[in-house]
Design a binder for this molecule. Structure first.
Ligand code: NAG
Length: 328
């Protein structure tokens, strides 16, 4: 995240103030220290730690800051834009929430599909704006997919992230831990069935079992809202047209995953879904050259690639008559 934002700003010749999330300030401070060692002059990359309503708000409403690039929730994205509008009209780019669909078609290899589904939802304990947590599975492969997915989910080791055998660490803080558990309760209350997990684990700390729900309906809270935790919803579908409509029927549009060996399906679905990044037979395939950002209420503007550089540049037209010009 730090480099995704800092590199294009630096390449465009800007100085900057980086405000990391209050839960995770240490890596940003360490990178700022490394930048100093690398010879970046003092005052170019500045890190200000703190909370959104104070440090974040001060940046967004500052009269001498020319641009804000924000990654966070849709709710806070609105405040960022509002503060920019009410101060110096600085342009903003927003990379906000998501509830991305991950679609598995009948012809997919079940092993690959289950591995990718777990990666897309459980990676980084599900604290990912691009998490593909709405997993649509075509009916012909559904039973086999669910069986294999449950087996694999149960073997994922949850615990101390410094232990190399561990696949999933704790949620970032108590608030997030409780939020995720309350979504799990919502899922149960609204009639979804727990396939795996559903409970905290370990003696202490904010650990949550890899949780998978079946019998999820499109209008359930767990299928609509961003959970930001290790919680997957499984949804069954019949036809390509059906999954396109259901997968796209969301206020978000950050990412989408497709697992198929059929090029026509891959092309049709990737063109039809409104999302900024579509991964076919892979997930989290980020690259510094590949623009990344959202459609709809997942925000606007792109990180990475040439589009990221454009955010930090201005266009200027300069006109002057040339000596002896016939237009003079
Ligand atoms: C996708 O959703 C948008 C609204 O968010 C809608 O305008 C568009 O027609 C939808 N596309 C498909 C293929 O359903």
């Amino acid at each position: 995240m730090f480099f995704m934002k800092v590199s294009p700003a630096l390449a465009a010749g800007c100085t900057m103030v980086v405000k990391p999330a209050e839960q995770t300030p240490l890596s940003a401070l360490y990178y700022a220290y490394l930048s100093k060692l690398a010879g970046i002059p003092d005052g170019v990359i500045n890190v200000v730690t703190g909370y959104g309503p104070t440090a974040g708000a001060a940046i967004c409403s500052h009269m001498d800051i020319d641009k804000v690039s924000f990654t966070g929730s849709t709710e806070v994205g609105r405040l960022v834009m509002q503060a920019a509008a009410m101060s110096n009209l600085k342009p903003v780019s927003l990379e906000l929430g998501g509830k991305s669909p991950f679609m598995v078609f009948d012809d997919a290899d079940v092993d690959t599909a289950t591995d990718l589904a777990l990666l897309s939802t459980m990676h980084n304990k599900g604290e990912l704006c691009v998490a593909g947590s709405r997993v649509f599975v075509q009916e012909g492969i559904y039973d086999e997919f669910v069986k294999k997915l449950a087996e694999k989910a149960k073997t994922r080791v949850v615990g101390d992230p410094f232990d190399p055998a561990v696949r999933q660490g704790p949620q970032v803080d108590k608030t997030q831990f409780e939020r995720v558990l309350s979504y799990i309760e919502h899922g149960k209350r609204e009639g979804a069935t727990l396939l795996t997990g559903g409970k905290p684990c370990g003696e202490r700390g904010y650990y949550i079992e890899p949780t998978i729900f079946t019998d999820v309906k499109d209008d359930m809270t767990i299928a609509k809202e961003e959970i930001f935790g290790p919680v997957m919803s499984l949804l069954k579908f019949k036809t390509i047209e059906e999954v396109i409509t259901r997968a796209n029927a969301t206020k978000y549009g950050l990412a989408a995953g497709i697992v198929t060996n059929d090029l026509n399906i891959a092309n049709t679905v990737s063109r039809s879904i409104r999302a900024g990044v579509i991964w076919i037979n892979c997930y989290f395939a980020f690259d510094r050259d590949c623009p990344y950002g959202g459609y709809k209420m997942s925000g606007f503007g792109r990180d990475l690639g040439m589009d990221a550089l454009d955010k930090y540049l201005h266009v200027k037209s300069v006109a002057t008559p040339i000596y002896n010009s016939p237009w003079l």
